[in-house]
Design a protein around this ligand. Structure first.
Ligand SMILES: Cc1cc2nc3c(=O)[nH]c(=O)nc-3n(C[C@H](O)[C@H](O)[C@H](O)COP(=O)(O)OP(=O)(O)OC[C@H]3O[C@@H](n4cnc5c(N)ncnc54)[C@H](O)[C@@H]3O)c2cc1C
Ligand code: SF4
Ligand code: SF4
Length: 623
């Protein structure tokens, strides 16, 4: 096998010096740069603080984003927008495309109209009760509209946003200050670490083969040296992973809970009754563990999708197929029938929250956003929190720059970490920290645990020990027991794998799920969603960013969860048991990183597959 150029110490690399370098341009880094960029120069253009690498100028701030453009690949959201409004008081009147104030909010329990969902006896009893008393309940089209939901779930006064559109708007504001450069299409391959100090980043090599070895037109990635490296690369970011490996996590912290969120952006039918700002949240169907959402933007556009969590113990947890079953639930299909797919995408949500918090700062670096454990796992809110942590870091950095103090761990902890600890982000994250532990024992206990934690501010919780994702994947036989005879389930999978395709569709149909009635508009094949909806692209000359780094584990693996879950059908069954990866279909959702049935032989908190820095993926800012 060829040697990756990124690991060779002999390659002569171009070098550049900056004051601050940022990894990723998601909401966290947007909050950081928005706050920082406004305060680096005085109104007359003179520096408010001076650069160490370009004396006489404001600090040189660079931000590298992996995706082809700003806002390609983050998700559509509803947010309370507290931190956003603090930073951008005029946000409601700023003319951000696809933004709407939150209007009607509903929480719906979806019953199973097809009889294929796996429901516990408790849920079946609840379903019978709902059916029996439907005449007295707010029940329509197989859905119960919960008459009361706890206040902590509400987003009153908040906003429905397209993150793609919002991020493009913020990117323009930041770059218009002239103090910050954002470089999309430029993945950071790793942090540069010297004697436990982060001294900058290395950009991805170009002109390499699939393994990263130099090929035609080899261009080594540049090394950017900076006094401060800001890491905001999200829940599955490779630089965050590298820092976690190098510095470890604080005691008792771990990132074992995840979900994959998959989303459609659709044109609703012309006569839709749904008003802009409508927010629907669902649970109960297509499987009890799967949560769904639908948010309405102006001009009859809606963002809708589902989350499939790591604690949904299925060896065939396919998000795309479940999303289609969710869309065709009678309650939702009533609104969606006649609609048209505009855009599609998938993304990992880090569901460990504060328990997954790494060291927030070290010598030369600081962590912000979801990769720093900021997402509130009780309220399912990540954008506002990510932005807030970025803004807090910006204030801390300005304080240190003005005081001419270095970016040491001690100084960053006394300014950034201290601000964060004193803020609502920390207080709410603490209340949320154990709120989802009940899901380790089932959906009903999980929901009760969330309600208890939410209503008591985290003082009451139902206990549960989060397992590592690879510890909880059942075998095909166990999962389909009573629905598909063991020998037959195995045979179906063997037949599919012999044809080089995943087996979830065939297995689900055998287990009673109806075929999806494709309409070419909204119910389209996975490949059409990839090409038409996600407009997925992959520039040539880059290494594979998904790698099966322990092939012996793959050969032994009877589950092949990575094949079944892959959001882009980029991972397919391969020869000798080691899957194939097709970079041109990858949407960079990061699900393969944690949807693996085997532990890394080197670290039980990691799995047998690597998810590294890479280019391309979703090519649309509508997400
Ligand atoms: C389907 C879905 C729906 C959601 N809905 C909501 C919602 O309704 N409300 C809400 O508040 N939150 C929601 N969230 C959560 C929210 O999207 C996240 O919490 C938020 O985006 C986190 O922001 P971030 O900046 O920390 O990370 P991210 O948004 O993940 O941004 C990280 C950025 O870093 C880039 N990057 C990664 N690696 C590299 C690299 N090596 N080099 C350069 N760039 C890199 C990525 O391309 C990305 O742009 C949802 C999440 C999903 C998946
Ligand atoms: S990557 Fe993980 S799930 Fe996929 S084949 Fe290898 S061991 Fe199995
Ligand atoms: S290969 Fe790409 S699309 Fe498939 S799960 Fe991994 S990151 Fe997602």
């Amino acid at each position: 096998m060829s040697q990756p150029a990124s690991e060779s110490p002999t390659i002569d690399r171009p070098r550049m010096d900056a004051d601050i370098v940022c990894v990723g341009f998601g909401p966290a880094t947007a909050g950081f740069l928005f706050t920082l960029s406004k305060q680096l120069a005085n109104a007359d253009g003179t520096p408010a603080v001076e650069s160490a690498v370009a004396p006489g100028l404001p600090p040189q701030v660079l931000c590298y984003e992996r995706a082809d453009d700003i806002g390609f690949g983050v998700s559509g959201v509803v947010t309370k927008a507290r931190a956003l409004r603090t930073s951008i008081p005029e946000i409601d009147k700023a003319g951000i495309p696809m933004a709407a104030p939150v209007g009607d909010e509903k929480m719906l329990y979806l019953l199973d109209p097809v009889g294929a969902s796996r429901r516990s006896s408790l849920l079946r009893l609840a379903d019978k009760f709902v059916h029996a008393f439907q005449w007295a309940l707010p029940f329509e089209r197989d859905a119960l509209n919960l008459p009361w939901t706890p206040g902590f779930l509400h987003k009153n006064g908040g906003m429905v946003l397209s993150m793609g559109q919002f991020m493009q708007w913020v990117g323009a504001q930041v770059q218009n200050t002239g103090t910050v450069q954002i470089w999309p299409g430029t993945p950071v391959s790793q942090a540069l670490i010297e004697e436990n100090k982060v001294v900058g980043v290395r950009l991805l090599d170009q002109g390499v083969d699939k393994q990263g070895a130099p090929a035609d037109s080899f261009t080594p990635g540049m090394d950017i040296y900076a006094a401060l490296t800001v890491v905001g690369d999200g829940p599955v970011g490779p630089v965050g992973q590298q820092l976690d490996e190098h510095f470890g996590l604080p005691e008792n912290h771990h990132a074992r809970d995840w979900a994959i969120g998959m989303k459609f952006v659709v044109d609703l039918p012309e006569d839709t009754p749904l008003k802009p700002g409508t927010v629907l949240h669902t649970f109960g169907y297509p499987e009890p563990e799967i949560f769904g959402f639908l948010y309405v933007h102006p001009d009859r556009v809606a963002s809708l999708g589902i989350f499939v969590p790591s604690w949904f113990d299925s060896p065939v947890r396919t998000t795309y197929r479940y999303l289609q079953h969710w869309m065709t639930h009678p309650y939702l299909w009533h609104f969606l029938k006649g609609g048209k797919l505009r855009s599609w995408g998938a993304k990992t949500l880090g569901e460990s929250g504060r328990r997954g918090e790494p060291h927030l700062a070290g010598d030369g670096y600081a962590r912000i956003g979801e990769g720093s454990g900021s997402t509130n796992v009780l309220t399912g809110s990540g954008v506002d929190e990510a932005w807030a942590t970025g803004a807090q870091l910006a204030e801390a950095v300005l304080e240190l720059l003005k005081a001419k103090k270095p970016f040491t761990k001690e100084n960053l902890e006394a300014t950034y970490a201290q601000r964060r600890r004193a803020s609502w982000v920390e207080q709410e994250a603490r209340a949320a920290e154990k709120s989802r532990d009940g899901f380790q024992h089932g959906v009903v206990t999980g929901l009760i645990g969330m309600a208890l934690a939410g209503l008591s501010g985290g003082r009451l919780v139902l206990p549960g020990k989060p397992l590592r994702p690879w510890e909880r994947i059942p075998s095909l036989e166990d999962y389909f027991r009573g629905r598909v005879p063991p020998g037959e389930a195995q045979k179906i999978r063997d037949d599919c794998y012999a044809r080089g395709v995943s087996a979830h569709a065939a297995l689900m149909e055998r287990a009673g799920w109806p075929a999806i009635p494709y309409d070419g508009q909204l119910l389209v094949s996975h490949q059409d969603a990839l090409l038409v909806g996600g407009k997925v692209q992959a520039p040539h000359g880059y290494a594979d960013h998904v790698a099966f780094v322990f092939p012996n584990e793959c050969r032994r693996c009877g589950t092949k969860l990575c094949v079944e879950v892959c959001s882009g059908q980029a991972i397919t069954p391969g020869e000798n048991g080691v899957p194939n990866f097709d970079r041109e279909k990858c949407v960079h959702c990061g699900a393969c990183l944690w949807n693996c049935a085997s532990a890394s032989p080197e670290n039980p908190e990691r799995m047998a597959v690597a998810f590294r820095a890479g280019t391309g993926g979703l090519h649309s800012a509508e997400n």
